[in-house]
Design a protein around this ligand. Structure first.
Ligand code: AP5
Ligand code: MG
Ligand code: ZN
Length: 215
């Protein structure tokens, strides 16, 4: 199963992807996570990506497509994967089609996690992320609080607030999503692949909706 997770910043793509990894045993490929890991290692690609991420803008298509192409050539993807945060532009969607076509493969579903903008702002403002990139769990100070403040329930590492989770950058990311990424909803609908899931409510309920949508 090759799934695309679509949805605005903070819609819960990462949260749901991590649960799907457990359930389906297929890896999550998050371009945002790849860039943050590259930045932590101090690679030129990571440093370049940071200049865009800090402003809430998209990293240029050629950089992102190169990263994804390399990732999709790895041997751990036989059973499928989930793309979290990619594609985000029409050019990326078309590049993905090309990569898959060359592999004789295709996307099975594009799941849209649908959440209103104001709810997204609340979610991102209170998000806390695990510093251990191998874990990367997400919490929320109110909606999904860790058992112990500032500590990851899963691996015990420190929780931090992402640099782009401040109100100004959040608004910018929302604008970018609505302008550049939202058109992909129609793109996947035209291919008959779109599964729209209501993304407001308890995390477990949304997970059940997604499971239904891809069953
Ligand atoms: P990326 O890392 O992909 O960020 P994003 O799209 O802005 O999405 P988020 O990770 O912020 O949100 P999410 O949907 O994963 O929500 P989460 O599960 O954490 O991208 C960051 C940047 O990298 C971009 O701005 C861009 O610069 C660059 N980039 C990445 N990919 C790119 C690409 N393809 N092209 C170009 N540039 C790219 O949940 C959010 C919060 O809500 C958490 O606190 C969580 O606990 C809480 N929550 C989750 N579910 C619920 C619920 N049901 N109810 C209440 N709270 C909930
Ligand atoms: Mg995420
Ligand atoms: Zn952790």
């Amino acid at each position: 199963m090759r799934i695309v997770l679509l949805g605005g910043p903070g819609s819960g793509k990462g949260t749901q992807a991590k649960m799907l990894v457990e359930k389906l045993g297929i890896p999550q490929i998050s371009t945002g996570d790849i860039f943050r890991a590259a930045l932590k290692e101090g690679t030129p690609m990571g440093l370049k990506a940071k200049t865009y991420m800090d402003k809430g803008e998209l990293v240029p298509d050629d950089v992102v497509i190169g990263v994804v192409e390399e990732r999709l050539s790895k041997p751990d993807l036989d059973k499928g994967y989930m793309l979290d945060g990619f594609p985000r532009t029409l050019a990326q969607a078309k590049a993905l089609d090309k990569i898959l076509e060359a592999q004789g493969k295709s996307i099975s579903h594009a799941v849209l996690v649908d959440v209103p903008d104001e709810e997204l702002v609340k979610r991102l403002s209170g998000r806390r992320t695990c510093r251990n990139s191998a874990c990367g769990a997400m919490f929320h100070v109110i909606f999904n609080a860790p058992k112990k403040e500032g500590v990851c329930d899963i691996c015990g590492s420190e929780l931090y607030q992402r640099d782009d989770d401040n109100e100004k950058t959040i608004r910018e990311r929302l604008g970018v999503y609505n302008k550049q990424t939202a058109p992909l909803v129609q793109y996947f609908a035209d291919k008959g692949l779109l599964r729209k899931v209501q993304g407001v409510g308890p995390i477990e309920e949304i997970f059940a909706r997604i499971e239904n949508a891809i069953a």
